[in-house]
Design a protein around this ligand. Structure first.
Ligand SMILES: [Zn+2]
Length: 215
């Protein structure tokens, strides 16, 4: 289950925005058509609200959307641990909206379960160009090989960083030192620790997450 989908490179050597190596990808069905019928999608924005996903052991492992969380609950894969005071209605039932869910069966999370993908590198670097340290929308960022591929630089977590087009152009086929650029920080693999930091950021607005994240 959950074989990571890896970064793919097209014929011109660019990275294609491949789907994320989300830790929950193993439970993803064909996107949403079934859940569409189960849950009224009148309140679309509510259905997109983030839900914290805990392993069976209460360890936080992911963030998903209310809509996915409710599908997991209806399938008996997860149960709600914390709820919002709002309800959504399907044809026959009212469902309270989850804020935190827990998987009923333990899921083994490999130490580096995050697939090397454009999306995950932008996530790791928080959409910040690692040279000029400015934040950009994903569409205005590319991936830069710190050590250029022409010099044997690999496509790895340690050698790929988010980079705006301007910095990418001025760097060209050179190392940062040669181009007079400085990395904001040393690129590292996206670990579970990194994911927890991100979950904390996302979880800031929901008090119900606190006791699971700040431990
Ligand atoms: Zn830049």
């Amino acid at each position: 289950m959950g074989a990571n989908r890896h970064m793919s490179v097209d014929s011109r050597g660019r990275y294609t925005p491949e789907a994320a190596g989300e830790v929950m990808s193993g439970t993803e069905g064909p996107a949403g058509s079934r859940s569409h019928n189960l849950i009224s999608t009148r309140r679309v924005s509510l259905m997109q609200e983030p839900v914290l996903v805990l392993n069976a052991t209460y360890e936080p492992i992911n963030v998903t959307a209310v809509r996915r969380a409710m599908v997991l609950m209806l399938k008996g894969v997860a149960q709600a641990e914390e709820m919002h005071n709002t309800e959504v209605h399907s044809a026959a039932h009212a469902h309270r909206v989850p804020s935190v869910i827990r998987l009923l069966a333990y899921r083994h999370i490999p130490q580096q379960s995050r697939a090397l993908s454009r999306k995950n590198i932008l996530l790791r670097d928080r959409n910040t160009c690692q040279f000029c340290v400015r934040v950009f929308p994903s569409s205005e960022l590319t991936l830069d090989h710190v050590v250029p591929r022409s010099r044997g630089g690999r496509s790895s977590w340690e050698n790929l960083v988010a980079c705006c087009y301007r910095c990418n152009n001025s760097k060209g086929d050179r190392t940062p030192e040669e181009a007079g650029l400085k990395l904001a920080r040393r690129p590292r693999p996206f670990t579970l620790h990194t994911s927890r930091q991100l979950m904390r950021l996302i979880g800031h607005r929901d008090e119900r997450w606190r006791k699971y994240l700040f431990y």
